[in-house]
Ligand binder design. Sequence first.
Ligand SMILES: Cc1cc2nc3c(=O)[nH]c(=O)nc-3n(C[C@H](O)[C@H](O)[C@H](O)COP(=O)(O)OP(=O)(O)OC[C@H]3O[C@@H](n4cnc5c(N)ncnc54)[C@H](O)[C@@H]3O)c2cc1C
Length: 373
Amino acid sequence: MPSPSLAELTTLRLGGPVAHLVVAATEADLVSAVREADDAGQPVLVVGGGSNLVVADAGFPGLVVQDGRRDLRFEGADGCGGAALTVTAGTPWGEVVDRAVDEGWVGVEALAGIPGSTGATPVQNVGAYGQEVAGVISTVRVWDRAESRIRLFPLTALEFGYRSSVLKRSMRGTDGAPSPFAPSPRYVVLEVSFQFRLGTLSAPIAYAQLATALGVAIGDRAPSVDVRHAVLELRASKGMVLDATDHDTWSAGSFFTNPVVAAEIADTLPDGAPRYPVRTAMPETSTGPSLGAIDPGLVKTSAAWLIEHAGFGRGFGLPGPVSLSTKHSLALTHRGGGSTSELLDLARTVRDGVSEAYGVTLEAEPVLVGVSL
Ligand SMILES: Cc1cc2nc3c(=O)[nH]c(=O)nc-3n(C[C@H](O)[C@H](O)[C@H](O)COP(=O)(O)OP(=O)(O)OC[C@H]3O[C@@H](n4cnc5c(N)ncnc54)[C@H](O)[C@@H]3O)c2cc1C
């Protein structure tokens, strides 16, 4: 039987063969597969939906493990504490959003349409349209590969930031080089517990484009069902909802993070460049998401704006096998018949062009496996 390929496990549909694939049906199977590989000194790649992975054409030389469990456990709800839900890592994230919106639980309605597994959401603190998953997570239960034991991280220990967490940072050493656990975290997520505020109205809308689509002002609330619908429509128009028939969605989502730069650097950007406040991601209350404090020394700008204004418009690279999406300049896409090495060449061209034009170095958002920029 031919060995499975990472191209079959990733939304980019790129990446070479898998040496050893395990789809775990129980937590014990998941933990023992990871522990045995770690004890044998084999590299480990924990794969969820493969929607944030760029994998080498040579494939992966160790264990590739997927959590095959799908389980949402309702732990109870009351007017003071809100609704508590515990979800196994392998459960598709979309099921959590749908359950929350349908039940009248607030805080993830703007995160509809983000592909992948629930276990991966705390890794990079997924966010979109003014919400981040950090706003509703209460605890994350993990297998700690360094200490060979199960641990429970409360929200405060997860150190969430923009597309980052203690889990994501465990993939890097203090010198910035990959840690021995990369390309997966030191902590394998087993379950994520959420605490939602009760209500049929959304959290305050914090994203201008979404507010416009809903016909409300920033800071207003709207029915969560409407917010989910508007977000899915906005995302689809940008090729950000998976669709096997649409090559614009054969991507890893946004390829570059929005750069967070010192305020002095932001001052050197052209007037039209977007400038957003940088806030801490920690919620200020335990019963619902809220915006953190603004850091006056930092400014977040738009990677998409920089890319487009540096001369890389939508569809740049076509008719080649890899290109910028025709709907969104921030997504690098695979049009079929391409390779990871071609995708990375495109990424380098864009990164270097932005750096020359604006002196800002874009950083890759997806996890790079066996390759680098
Ligand atoms: C079309 C599209 C749109 C997207 N839009 C957004 C968006 O709006 N916002 C956003 O933040 N992201 C977005 N993404 C990126 C991606 O969907 C998220 O990062 C998602 O959480 C990745 O989940 P996954 O299960 O696919 O993880 P994978 O790609 O399988 O893995 C990503 C990383 O997480 C690790 N990981 C996976 N599961 C576990 C686990 N159980 N325990 C520990 N580590 C684990 C992996 O080892 C790897 O390091 C988008 C991607 C695509 C393709």
